[in-house]
Design a protein around this ligand. Structure first.
Ligand code: FAD
Ligand code: EPU
Length: 337
């Protein structure tokens, strides 16, 4: 275990904010992870677990130990006629794993192409896009209990997955470090191509016979057309979650805003936060080095030399104005540090 001091986290968060870690280490084995956590507790240091840094907002230097998860490996566990079970190390890059699965003809995660970050963070908020969430292909995970330093297995049920939610963001926040995730993928694809945008791209490309590669390529094209590439403009994807409101509130809003996009779910109507933010006048607005993306109002951006604290202030203003205009309280998706 190699503990470094005063390390810049700028290359390790996709917003690109230049905040420091007082102490920093990589964990490429479970043993190293245990040693790092032991060192932190002996030295009374707070711990921040970091994957790809694509869903964190660093508003300050971290006065403790940052542990970057580098646990690697892709292992075929078992298969039957229909399915294949694969255990993937938490430090594997999510999109590389998606491409690996597609190359092996394992179906189920092609709609989740190009989501930044690591496999270990994927269950944290039950990542999702274009009609698929990881809960749809999740079998189990292994996580290190940060108190006992024992590895524990979590079943699907144990994780309490919801929209951008899991037990690791709620009851077990900061209590476990995910070390590997086991996925159950399909040998025969079940395509999820209901999204209009996917249909449009497939048509435009003249795709006659669906394949998981064709779906992945379509998703990549759509994402590249509206989401800023963090290598070019700092961001963490959607800054807020899409809120769910009651049917009666939705009907009332429709009388003033007939265009409001809403999608029924079990709890009520899910409303597009990007639309609310655009209607509140924020889309494309720039304030010095930070702003609201011109092609997707749900994405807050750092043009290069911004500060996490400025994004925090901007996000509060956006939230306040959406509340005033629509009476809807937006909740951040991004994890504030
Ligand atoms: P980090 O940002 O490093 O960490 C996120 C949180 O998880 C932190 O609280 C961290 O402490 C914790 N954490 C990380 N790894 C572990 C671990 N092994 N064990 C325990 N805790 C851990 N998300 C979607 O769901 N759908 C999208 O379509 C999507 N699109 C995006 C597009 C862009 C351009 C960007 C920048 C982000 C997007 N995101 C999307 C958000 C982000 O990619 C995901 O949340 C991703 O899973 C974060 O992974 P990470 O490794 O970067 O996590
Ligand atoms: N919209 C606007 N203005 C905008 C942005 C969006 O009017 O500036 C409208 C669109 O016209 C559309 C609706 O809002 O009617 C939805 O937009 P989009 O399809 O772009 O998806 P989203 O709801 O903004 C969600 C996820 C994304 C995910 C996509 C695709 C959340 C918080 N975000 O975005 O996830 O990739 O759907 O499934 O659920 C992320 O979590 O970081 C993320 C990028």
């Amino acid at each position: 275990m190699n503990i470094q001091e005063n390390i810049s986290l700028k290359p390790l968060n996709t917003f690109g904010f230049d905040k420091n870690a007082k102490f920093f280490t990589n964990a490429d084995t479970v043993e190293n992870l245990k040693n790092a956590l032991t060192w932190a507790s002996q030295n009374k240091q707070e711990v921040l677990i970091l994957g790809g840094g694509s869903n964190v907002l660093l508003t300050r230097d971290f006065e403790g130990l940052v542990v970057k998860i580098e646990l690697k490996g892709i292992e075929l566990i078992r298969e039957d006629e229909k399915h294949i079970w694969v255990k993937v190390g938490a430090g594997e890059v999510w999109h590389d794993w998606v491409i690996y699965a597609i190359e092996n003809n394992w179906a189920g995660i092609e709609n989740l192409s190009l989501i930044p970050g690591t496999v270990g963070a994927s269950p944290m908020q039950n990542i999702g896009a274009y009609g698929v969430e990881i809960k749809d292909v999740f079998e189990s995970l292994e996580a290190l209990n940060r108190n006992t330093l024992e590895l524990e297995t979590f079943s699907h049920e144990d994780c309490s997955f919801g929209y951008r939610e899991s037990v690791f963001k709620q009851k077990f926040k900061d209590k476990y470090t995910i070390c590997s995730v086991t996925f159950r993928l399909n040998k025969t694809p079940q395509f999820h191509v209901d999204y209009g945008a996917i249909q449009d791209v497939l048509k435009e490309k003249g795709v006659k016979e669906l394949s998981i590669k064709a779906v992945s390529d379509a998703v990549i094209e759509i994402r590249n057309s509206k989401l800023p590439n963090p290598k070019e403009i700092g961001n963490a994807g959607s800054f807020f979650k899409n809120p769910t409101i009651s049917q009666s509130q939705f009907t009332e809003l429709q009388s003033s805003f007939p265009e409001i996009p809403g999608y029924p779910n079990e709890q009520g109507i899910k409303v597009a936060a990007g639309w609310l933010i655009e209607q509140a006048g924020w889309k494309g607005k720039r304030f010095g080095e930070v702003g609201v993306h011109a092609k997707q109002a749900l994405v807050l951006v750092n043009y290069g030399n911004g500060d996490g604290a400025e994004i925090k202030i901007l996000s509060e203003k956006v939230r306040q104005s959406v509340k005033e205009k629509f009476g809807i309280e937006l909740q951040p998706e991004v994890n504030f540090i």
